[in-house]
Design a protein around this ligand. Structure first.
Ligand code: FAD
Ligand code: NAI
Length: 328
């Protein structure tokens, strides 16, 4: 019987590692504490439809990722988003078009993760609390006290604070993850029955509690009945208001949105807030992935690279490459 490789985390990094290992002929078994795959690219269901409250779009600059995105495009999992982009600085809103290609999952961001997961064996609603070594193989313990394994190797593809807790057997790797700070983001969705009177579809914001605003139905493949907007607060504002009740966050960010928009702002008919505790790494890195090849333990995630979808994908890819190299 082949002993599978365990992958903890089904965000883009874990899924990228899983795909590369599976394509190389290895059995994998994925685990995630959430109910489905995607992590920060997952879409939340709501009465206003599926909401992309995390990653809004992504760019592809590395040729390996460009080629992956091309395959997703051909399979219909992603499409190019060409928003009417604006910039808001010092309260001044101005069009800010550019030539950058931006991609979104269709019909929602989470579609990429669903496609990557495909039929790979996976266990959801399963929070791993310990990774430990048996005789010569690895085992996992979950929050309910269940044991999983054995596994030949373990790839830990979760944010650094959560990775540190799982890396007790690899203190050198744990020391690296413990040094990576992640910053929070408050995200709010507002749905309006009447479309807002603006041509804006996406806006980079400075000098405000907000740093990004997007009109959901301007993305390809969406069929929102209402005019739904996603607002992201800056890391600084989010950190300062980490424990504010959701209603107060919605009020404040709705107000900040009204300030930047050059049209009357009605009350939304639907609103929702989500706090991402580990939204983005403070600063960029070029670690690829962390490896203790001798032990058979690997760690990856956007925090090893650029803190973007592409960085997460590249890091997962690198973890798989290093694991496969060690097997040769
Ligand atoms: P994650 O997506 O965080 O995946 C980690 C997974 O591990 C999660 O599914 C989690 O449930 C699981 N997990 C954690 N601990 C455990 C455990 N103990 N046991 C089991 N499972 C566990 N990037 C862009 O490129 N463009 C954008 O526009 C953009 N906007 C963003 C906006 C927001 C608000 C946020 C939060 C992120 C945004 N990003 C954006 C960043 C992008 O979403 C991330 O870089 C990328 O999705 C990270 O992928 P990952 O696999 O490294 O981590
Ligand atoms: P990108 O190239 O579109 O944007 C990178 C940055 O360049 C933007 O943040 C913005 O400051 C600036 N920019 C780009 N085009 C602009 C334009 N037309 N007008 C004015 N400014 C412009 O995309 P990339 O490099 O893939 O970055 C991903 C995006 O994801 C960034 O906007 C980043 O802030 C966001 N992100 C948000 C997170 C969060 O927690 N809110 C976490 C991780 C990424």
């Amino acid at each position: 019987m082949t002993v599978p490789i365990a992958i903890i985390g089904t965000g883009i990094a874990g899924l990228s590692a899983a795909q590369a290992l599976h394509q190389a002929g290895h059995a994998v078994q994925l685990f995630d504490k959430a109910r489905g795959p995607g992590g920060r690219v997952s879409s939340k269901r709501s009465e206003a439809g599926a909401l992309d409250l995390g990653a809004q779009y992504f760019t592809a600059r590395d040729r390996r990722f460009v080629s992956q995105v091309q395959q997703w495009k051909e399979a219909g999992h992603v499409a190019e988003w060409k928003p009417a982009l604006y910039n808001c600085k010092g309260g001044q809103l101005s069009p800010s078009p550019d030539e950058q290609t931006r991609w979104v999952g269709t019909p929602r961001m989470g579609a990429i993760a669903r496609a990557m997961l495909d039929e790979l064996p996976s266990t959801f609603s399963c929070r791993i609390t310990e990774v430990f070594h048996g005789a010569s193989l690895w085992h996992l313990l979950d929050a309910e006290g269940n044991q999983h394994g054995p596994f030949s190797h373990v790839v830990i593809a979760v944010p650094p604070a959560q990775a540190t807790a799982l890396l007790a057997t690899a203190p050198k790797l744990a020391a690296v993850t413990a040094g990576v700070q992640m910053e929070p983001t408050w995200a709010v969705a507002l749905a309006f029955d009447e479309a807002l009177n603006t041509a804006m579809q996406g806006c980079f914001v400075q000098d405000s509690a907000l740093d990004w605003v997007a009109r959901n139905r301007s993305k390809p493949g969406r069929d929102d009945a209402r005019d739904t907007w996603v607002l992201h607060a800056t890391s600084a504002w989010s950190k300062e208001h980490l424990d504010l009740p959701k209603e107060a966050v919605i009020d404040h960010l709705h107000g900040a949105f009204a300030e930047i928009l050059d049209c009357a702002m009605p009350a939304p008919s639907f609103s929702q807030a989500h706090r991402w505790l580990y939204a983005r790494p403070a600063g960029g890195r070029d670690l690829g992935a962390l490896a203790d090849a001798h032990l058979g333990l690997y760690a990856c995630g956007d925090w090893c690279m650029s803190g973007r979808v592409e960085g997460a994908w590249l890091s997962g890819h690198d973890a798989a490459r290093r694991l496969l190299e060690h097997l040769q």
